[in-house]
Write a protein that binds this ligand. Structure first.
Ligand code: ADE
Length: 416
């Protein structure tokens, strides 16, 4: 088997420069990398990573390698690979199996090639690698895994609930220093970037329908509002729906929103959020995009069935003409628009996400014997360390409690 499968190894030089640029904006991960270089905590550890192959991911991979790990990298999505980055990693000797535009068959071939490394640790984004090793019953050597995203965590919790998880797993997604920053500000900015890159539409004055008001949806709504859009939120959870109302958005079911939206963005992690019955109601020119992990949130099959003609307008934009003459536009095949049509989350937030990943890999190596085959939260001390290091890198100091204040907070007998 070849040590890499990338689009064009000659793209490496451009990739190296971009990886360095991003690394300069990832100070927490850089510090961890320096520490790992000195301490080598990952010597003799094989890591298979199924992540979006971006400049930020490259910096994580290089930090793990500095710690002594052997790594094989495969893509977490057929459209998210930055080919220059894949080339740079492959030429730096990392086993890299990823290229933009993989078919489903290529995707699984790359994943299985990466698994040939015989991993001790898995890093997953979305859960496909963890599903694959369970299906192939290749879990014996695996000491543990980390999951990067909400969709994956949902799948692993379901598996664990049925006692079918074969190794401990850390839900990196749920760390506060991950979810509140990467999911909100990362998804918010990069999703809008993806839509703008693909379409260059003016967002001011548009009705933007955001489906899902978790951290990702909140971020998308916030940024669309900031650009002057009139944001409508579609949400199933009453507490989150109420939050959206008080954040100043209109909230309604998709059947209502479908009639008024200019741009639809799904960020739910669930399937069939936009389907035939909604597509039938949409206005001429409506644009549909998904920023959830899998391409199931917009029912593309329904769009295909309802359309009488389909044509590619440009990369990442396909026009569907309906029987009644309306034209609707689908971005990036309904795949994760922020990575398919833009660069994904900026390095400043991936710094915290991947610092958590790097520290959790070490945690598993040092603690796997005490862990059960369950889904664990990121240890509090890791989450707090990431916040502390990030603040330090920003030159921000926090207030310190006085002795009197500490005493006050830990007492129960002081009142009016
Ligand atoms: N997920 C979202 N944005 C990402 C990025 N820039 N790199 C890796 N994974 C991501």
């Amino acid at each position: 088997m070849k040590d890499y499968m990338v689009k064009d190894i000659n793209l490496a030089e451009g990739g190296e420069k971009r990886i360095e640029w991003a690394g300069g904006r990832m100070p927490v991960l850089s510090q961890i990398r320096d520490r790992y270089e000195r301490e080598k905590p990952l010597e003799n550890v094989n890591v298979v990573a199924c992540l979006h192959v971006t400049v930020e991911t490259a910096n994580l991979i290089l930090a793990l390698r500095a710690g002594g790990a052997k790594i094989a990298l495969t893509a977490a999505n057929p459209l998210s690979t930055q080919d220059d980055v894949a080339a740079a990693l492959a030429s730096a000797g990392i086993k890299t199996y990823a290229f933009r535009g993989e078919s489903d068959e290529d995707y699984y071939k790359c994943l299985n090639d990466a698994l040939e490394l015989n991993p001790d640790i898995l890093l997953d984004d979305g859960g496909d690698t963890i599903t694959a090793v369970h299906a192939a019953e290749k879990t014996q050597k695996i000491k543990g895994a980390c999951e990067e995203t909400t969709t994956g965590v949902i799948r692993h919790r379901a598996r664990a609930k049925e006692n079918k998880l074969a190794f401990p797993l850390i839900a990196v997604n749920d760390a506060e220093t991950k979810m509140m920053f990467d999911n909100r500000y990362g998804t918010g900015q990069s999703t809008i970037h993806g839509v703008m890159n693909a379409t260059n539409i003016l967002l001011a004055g548009k009705v933007v329908v955001v489906a899902g008001y978790g951290w990702c949806g909140r971020g998308v709504a916030l940024r669309a509002k900031g650009l002057g859009s009139n944001v409508v939120v579609v949400e199933i959870n009453p507490r989150k729906a109420l939050e959206a109302v008080m954040d100043g958005y209109r909230v309604m079911p998709m059947l209502e929103a479908a009639k008024i939206g200019d741009l639809f963005i799904t960020a739910t992690g669930d399937t069939s959020v936009i389907r035939g019955e909604h597509i039938a109601l949409m206005q001429e020119g409506a644009i549909l995009a998904n920023t959830g992990h899998f391409n199931v949130e917009i029912k593309v099959n329904d769009l295909e069935e309802l359309a009488v003609e389909k044509k590619e307008i440009k990369e990442n934009v396909v026009e569907y003409r309906m029987k009644d003459g309306r034209k609707l536009y689908l971005l990036s095949e309904g795949r994760i628009v922020n990575l398919a049509a833009a660069y994904g989350h900026p390095p400043e937030v991936m710094d915290m996400s991947f610092a958590n990943q790097a520290l959790c890999v070490r945690y598993i190596v040092e603690h796997y014997e005490e862990l059960r085959n369950e889904v664990y939260s990121v240890p509090k001390n890791i989450d707090e360390e990431v916040a502390r290091l990030k603040l330090k890198s920003l030159g921000v100091e926090v207030e310190v409690l006085t002795e009197e204040q500490q005493k006050y907070l830990s007492s129960w007998d002081l009142g009016t």
